[in-house]
Write a protein that binds this ligand. Structure first.
Ligand SMILES: Cc1ncc(COP(=O)(O)O)c(C=O)c1O
Length: 398
């Protein structure tokens, strides 16, 4: 666990409020006092010397705390505007560690369109332990209110969603939950703190798969949780150490390094995706483009109010269903056909056959995950190269 309050300011007065570009480069990362190293050292030591038995200095054992991990935790906490940050070995580990704050008999209200792995944890791991989840369409605020019972202990929200890119009003959901003193957790993986800061809208905690935009280079699997709630932080800190699903110092370093360009990357992801989405919308081979930065998106206005940019993810429904999707995906040359998202490289995938294959067919249909739907993670390559690639692949559909 890293408490922002205990950290030296990142090069400057603690009273100065820095912009997100500056925080991404400096927060939690003062020059190393031992060596003057400007870049955070990778401290691989599993254990730390104690001057007296039972009186460790700041660090004791690397599962409980590690200097490189502490720098990452402080940095992401600063980006999300919270005081407490916790790094995990994956986004799923962050989610699962948080869900361990629940007890048998407790209930969760979750969006019905959350990441498949989150649904699996709630449905296949938590439910047998006696924690029930109610899945609701969070676009309808009344369905959230109706799902509350005396046993509700957590509201789980993901926005934008994967792969249907639905947006939910974080502030409105938090208002409903706050009236019942129930914490709201937002999975902010698709937006990153550069585009959306859920704590500013009243969320209690934010989780990330840092595997995606936060690291941004598709070379680490990791997760983070940030909160400003002291009580929750104490509990999550205990669970982080007790469960032990922590990242290696080398992975923490790589994520820290990736974060330095996060603001600039997110801007470029958004710009390129907006232009590609506009062009795709004009193609006769495309039945529908789902992108929150297009006026045709159902939550375009909410996106403008809640987010600082629409992000790099586009979902495209192709004319011609599964056959067209297969032909399109196998014809791409710059976009790589692969799962995951948020890296510098452009990726494309088929949710129904790949990332969401475990979601039952009727549920996929209900959520809009059709056989013709492909998901694009727009990277940082040249815009015209990306457009040429999409155009030639659309041309192969026939
Ligand atoms: C929105 C979202 N949350 C959480 C996760 C889980 O993260 P990880 O794969 O790092 O465990 C993912 C993974 O794809 C995701 O897309």
């Amino acid at each position: 666990m890293t408490d922002q309050k205990n950290l030296p300011p990142a090069g400057g007065s603690a009273a100065v409020v820095h912009g997100i570009e500056t925080l991404a480069i400096h927060a939690g990362q003062p020059a190393d006092p031992a060596t003057g190293a400007v870049m955070t050292p990778i401290v691989t030591s599993a254990t730390f010397a104690q001057s007296e038995p039972g009186k460790p200095d700041r660090f004791e054992y690397s599962r409980s705390g590690n200097p490189t991990r502490a720098a990452l935790e402080a940095c992401v906490a600063a980006l999300e505007g919270g005081r407490h940050g916790f790094a995990f070995a994956s986004g799923s580990a962050a989610t699962m560690s948080l869900l361990h704050t629940l007890r048998p008999g407790d209930e969760v209200i979750s969006g019905d369109d959350v990441y498949g792995g989150t649904f699996r944890m709630l449905d296949k791991v938590l439910a047998p332990l006696g924690v029930r989840s109610r899945f609701v369409d969070m676009r309808q605020l009344s369905s959230i209110s109706d799902a509350f019972t005396d046993a509700t202990r957590l509201v789980w929200l993901e926005t934008p969603t994967n792969p249907t890119l639905k947006l939910f009003d974080i502030g409105a959901v938090c208002d409903i939950a706050k009236r019942r003193s129930v914490p709201v957790v937002v999975d902010n993986t698709f937006a990153s703190p550069v585009l959306q800061r859920p704590l500013d809208f009243g969320a209690t905690a934010v989780v990330h798969s840092t595997t995606k935009y936060i690291n941004g280079h598709s070379d680490v699997v990791g997760g983070m949780l940030v909160t400003d709630d002291d009580e929750l932080a104490e509990r999550v800190g205990f669970l982080q150490n007790a469960i032990g699903a922590v990242p290696s110092p080398i992975d923490c370093y790589l994520v820290l390094r990736g974060i330095k360009t996060l603001p600039i990357r997110m801007r470029r992801h958004s710009e390129s995706a907006t232009e590609l989405a506009r062009r795709l919308e004009k193609s006769p081979k495309v039945a529908r483009v789902v992108y929150p930065g297009l006026p045709s998106h159902e939550a375009y206005e909410l996106c403008r109010r809640q987010m600082k940019g629409p992000g790099g993810m586009i979902s495209v429904e192709l004319e011609g269903g599964l056959d067209a999707a297969r032909r399109f995906l196998s014809s791409l040359e710059i976009f790589t056909l692969a799962e995951s998202l948020g890296g510098v490289e452009s990726l494309a995938e088929h949710p129904a056959l790949m990332t969401h294959a475990s979601v039952p067919e009727p549920t996929r249909q209900q959520l809009g995950i059709t056989d013709g739907l492909v998901r694009l993670s727009v990277g940082l390559e040249g815009l015209e190269d990306l457009w040429d690639d999409l155009s030639q692949a659309l041309g192969r559909i026939g």
